[in-house]
Design a protein around this ligand. Sequence first.
Ligand SMILES: [Zn+2]
Length: 382
Amino acid sequence: MLFKEVIHAIRPHLMKDADVPGFMRNLIQMLCDIPEDEWYTKRDPSSEESYKDGSLRKFYTNKLSKKLAEKILSRLTRDNFLESIYDSNRSDVVLDGLAEDITPFANGVTKNNVGEKLFDLLKRGLEELIDPALENTRHQQEAQHKSNQLKGHYGSGLLDDCNNTCSMPGCSHHLQKLADDGRSTPDYEIIIINEKKSPSFSNICAVCHDCFEKYILKHTASERKELEAVKKLQTDARNARSTISEVHIDKGIKMVVESLINLKPSTLTSLNYEPTFIANKIDENENFLLAETVKNYVTKYYFYINQIMQNLSRQKQYSDELVRVEIKTICQRLEDKGFSQVEIYESISKQIHRITKQNIIYCNIVVCYFIQSCEVFHDITK
Ligand SMILES: [Zn+2]
């Protein structure tokens, strides 16, 4: 609510010694043209005849009544208002303070134009009280303006974090427009997740136009929290990526994954016992699905992958030792940063996927191999 926010911002500078009703009466008098013969009568909206102290207090803390807003607007006087703002008794310090405190609501406010800017703000605030649709329009325009500004600074990073898909939970809109000739252009907006905080990278995300419109007009606290959770996942994944990209995994891993793809099921010999290491490395109570996945893949593919690696090493196509050190380093760094086992598993798998460009399932299988062979995860019993 613009009117309320603005009058709260200016009260410390204007009539700071007056109580709230006094401040409100004074403000009404500054804004309205009230002929002398109406003073103190019911026709004077600043009089006690019109509004009791209690009402004015309520108007200040909650919201001005529509009726009073209409009354003020019908008698609005710009000249009176400017005259009292620029009163010769008012010091430059006060004007500077006023200018500073209404800067969040208007552009380019200085002590020389603060009266005009303030008048326009209050007028717009009063109009919005009468027609709430105006308030929505203003919100949309402001949000759109911010979105455009933020795109320049953060756009590509945000699109990267959400994989070009709307960040809003439950929405899967693609954030790129694809032309027939194959060209794609970004097609998205940036929202500020928590309006009360600054629009820093940790408080913004990329969404589709529909979700943008809906969110900026109205959202519940739980919707905001959901979006904060999404943002956290995006940030964690980004940190994992940057941690991983500090260490490069030898391209030889590509050959291992490709051999796995060409595997014929008939050549597989499964382990005929439960892999022993897994139980010690993954807490089955906490990460049941991960433990099961790793157990299954290791039982089935461990020997086979081991063979592939040995063969490729002999042919000098794969440097076994190097890759193990690299995987181990990545795992260690992710652990140091407090990543969970599932996150580590996914991050390394995705990194192998980026190198090999092969189906993620094959990459998962290779990560499971490294868990069994001790490059990934520690013994939790230690
Ligand atoms: Zn969406």
